[in-house]
Design a protein around this ligand. Structure first.
Ligand SMILES: Nc1ncnc2c1ncn2[C@@H]1O[C@H](COP(=O)(O)OP(=O)(O)OP(=O)(O)O)[C@@H](O)[C@H]1O
Ligand SMILES: [Mg+2]
Length: 237
């Protein structure tokens, strides 16, 4: 059975309909990539799952419960955590204080120390820079804080919106390796929205390709890497 089921979702912004009849099924412990060009609706999908946008039609089930229609708070309390596009750190707060902000559910509060250790084990750099203001970190370090803040919420599902955006190739490699580690070591289910198709297929089990608000291709990541359409559209082959 799926941990997260998206059933025939229509969603958008007022009159503007972005997602059309989207269905996806994500199983416990999987890493699933969602790839697609700019404007395909990837961020709108994550916003709809996390309750920031209420879908006009369809339903979303998480762990056997209907979550579509719930508030973002209620969804966060179920450990479905969204790390939004563009990092959104508190730039005048320290690394530590930013991480602290992630731990606002009761469960996350009571496991604060263990979760912080997990973040520092994953990103030793953040421990070294614990007291530094987030706004003065490099782009890669800021992305580590954004992901770390998500881990502080002790997610069952971690949804990452373009974590590698704007990073130098060597830093991208580090971020993708860290995401893989989160899945492998903590057993966290990961929904990975990315435009870096090569790296995201390399660390994911399955993938969905979105185009103009619809799912156009789905399959295992290995299948998609060999798909001529994917090669042509995303890999420049
Ligand atoms: N707040 C908004 N109000 C109106 N339209 C919006 C809003 N946010 C996004 N859109 C539109 O919805 C469509 C999908 O946007 P979305 O941000 O979901 O795409 P995306 O796949 O995440 O793209 P990118 O890769 O550039 O982040 C776009 O046409 C965009 O202009
Ligand atoms: Mg986006």
């Amino acid at each position: 059975m799926s941990l997260l089921s998206i059933e025939k979702i229509n969603s958008g912004y007022g009159e503007i309909q972005v997602l059309l009849d989207i269905s996806m099924h994500i199983h416990d412990g999987e890493v699933v990539s969602i790839i697609g060009a700019n404007g395909a609706g990837k961020s709108t999908l994550l916003k709809t799952i996390s309750g920031l946008i209420v879908p006009e039609a369809g339903s979303i089930q998480f762990d056997g419960e209907t979550i579509s229609g719930m508030s973002p708070d209620e969804i966060v309390n179920r450990a479905l955590i969204h790390v939004p596009e563009g990092r959104r750190l508190f730039s005048l707060m320290s690394v530590y204080e930013n991480l602290e902000m992630g731990a606002y559910s009761k469960r996350a509060e009571s496991n604060f120390k263990e979760n912080l250790q997990a973040v520092y084990q994953l990103f030793p750099r953040l421990q070294e820079r614990e007291k530094q203001l987030a706004g003065t970190l490099s782009g890669g370090e800021q992305q580590m804080v954004a992901i770390g803040r998500g881990i502080m919420a002790q997610p069952r599902v971690l949804m990452l919106d373009e974590p590698s955006l704007g990073l130098a190739p060597v830093l991208k490699t580090d971020i993708f390796a860290a995401i893989k580690k989160i899945a492998d070591e903590f057993g966290t289910t990961i929904v990975l929205v990315e435009q870096d198709v090569v790296n995201s297929l390399a660390i994911s089990d399955r993938a969905y390709v979105m185009e103009q608000g619809q799912v156009v291709i789905e399959g295992t990541s290995a299948e998609l890497m060999d798909d001529p359409q994917i090669k042509k559209a995303f890999l420049g082959l």
